[in-house]
Ligand binder design. Structure first.
Ligand code: ASP
Length: 322
C-alpha cells in the first residue's frame, strides 16, 4: 500500500471565507488536517503542516526547507509526497523542487482556487486527485508534477493562467502530461529532459524584467549598479528588445551579469531569428542567453539555482539551451 505524506504550506486551500464580509484569510487550525481519513482507501496517508503561508509570502528559504522535508520523507519510507500550496507562486515552488531534487517517488504539488468553506470549493477534490497520482506506480520517475482540476502538469512548464477560475493551471505550448479520470491517473506524455542541481543555499539577487514598446535602459542600469547576480528579461516575440535598452544591456554583460531572455508571449520558445538593432541575432551575439519555453518566473528560479550551484557563464548558457 502506498505511504503518502501530505505537507501543507498554506494558501487558499487552507483558508476560509468570512461569509458576512467575503474576506478570505488563513485559519488558526488548517482544515486539511482533519480530512486525511477521507482518503484511507487510496493509501496510508499522513498529514503535517510545514507552514501556513499565503503563497506570495513564500521565499526561496521556505522552498529549501520544503525540499529538506521531502528528502527526509524519503528516508522515512514514504512512497509519495503531496504538497499543498497557495496557487499564486505554486508553479515556482514546484519548479524549484523539480530542479533541486532527484527522486523516483511521485512529488505532487496542489492547491485550490476556492477556500475550504466556499461553495464549489475545489480543495478536497484537488487533494484527492493528487493522492491518486501520488499513489500510482505510473507516477514514478515523472519528476515533480502539479495536479489541479483533474489534470497532471509538469512543474517545468505549468503556469497559472486565470485569477479566479478553477481551471487556471495550464501548460502552454506543450499541454498536460495526463489526467485523473475518476480514481485513476492516465498519462499521455512525459517530460523528456530532467535536470538536477543539488544546492546548499539559494543565490538571491536575480531579477526579472518585462520588455515593452518604448522600454529604455533605466532598470537595467539600476540592476547593474546594485550588483545584481543575474537578470531574466521577458522579451518581445521570439526574443527581441527595444534599441534603447541596448547600451545598458551591454553594460550589464560587461559587468559579468548573466542576462537570460525568455519571451513575454504565452506560447512558443525564444529563437534568435531577427537581424536588426535589438533583434535576437544581435542579442545573442552580444552575449545574451536564450531559453527554450520557460516562463520568466521559472527562468529566474533556474538562474538562481544555477548560480547557487556555482555554474560558470558558459555552463549557464548550456543549461538554458536544453
Ligand atoms: N493568494 C492565494 C495564495 O497563493 C491564492 C491561492 O492559494 O489560490 O496563497
Amino acid at each position: 500500500m502506498a505511504k503518502i505524506l501530505i505537507i501543507n504550506t498554506g494558501g487558499t486551500i487552507a483558508m476560509s471565507e468570512d461569509h458576512s464580509t467575503g474576506k478570505v484569510s488563513p485559519n488558526g487550525e488548517n482544515p486539511l488536517l482533519s480530512s486525511a481519513h477521507l482518503f484511507h482507501l487510496i493509501g496510508d496517508i499522513h498529514t503535517e503542516d510545514l507552514f501556513n503561508l499565503p503563497s506570495p509570502h513564500m521565499q526561496e528559504s521556505h522552498m529549501m526547507q520544503l525540499r529538506q522535508r521531502i528528502l527526509t520523507a524519503v528516508e522515512e519510507g514514504y512512497t509519495g509526497v503531496v504538497v499543498t500550496h497557495g496557487t499564486d507562486t505554486l508553479e515556482e515552488t514546484a519548479y524549484f523542487l523539480e530542479l533541486t531534487t532527484n527522486l523516483s517517488i511521485p512529488i505532487v504539488v496542489t492547491g485550490a482556487m476556492r477556500s475550504s468553506n466556499e461553495i464549489g470549493s475545489d480543495g478536497l477534490a484537488n487533494l484527492r486527485s493528487s493522492l491518486i497520482v501520488a499513489a500510482s506506480p505510473e507516477s514514478k520517475d515523472k519528476g515533480v508534477v502539479v495536479v489541479m482540476n483533474d489534470e497532471v502538469h509538469t512543474a517545468t512548464y505549468v503556469t497559472k493562467t486565470h485569477t479566479t477560475n478553477v481551471a487556471t493551471f495550464q501548460t502552454p505550448t506543450f499541454g498536460p502530461l495526463g489526467l485523473v479520470s475518476k480514481s485513476e491517473v492516465i498519462y499521455f506524455q512525459r517530460l523528456l529532459k530532467q535536470e538536477y542541481y543539488p544546492i546548499e543555499e539559494v543565490q538571491t539577487g536575480v531579477y526579472l524584467l518585462k520588455a515593452y514598446a518604448g522600454m529604455d535602459g533605466l532598470l537595467l542600469d539600476a540592476l547593474c549598479e546594485h550588483h545584481a547576480k543575474g537578470v531574466v528579461i521577458e522579451a518581445l516575440g521570439a526574443g527581441n528588445l527595444p534599441p534603447a535598452t541596448l547600451p545598458a544591456l551591454q553594460r550589464c554583460i560587461e559587468a559579468g551579469i548573466p542576462i537570460v531572455l525568455v519571451s513575454r508571449a504565452f506560447n512558443g520558445v525564444t529563437y534568435d531569428v531577427y537581424d536588426y538593432l535589438g533583434g535576437g541575432k544581435q542579442l545573442r551575439q552580444s552575449g545574451v542567453i536564450f531559453t527554450t519555453g520557460l516562463s520568466g518566473q521559472k527562468a529566474r528560479l533556474k538562474l538562481s539555482v544555477l548560480l547557487s550551484s556555482g555554474k560558470s557563464l558558459e555552463e549557464i548558457e548550456k543549461a538554458f539551451a536544453c
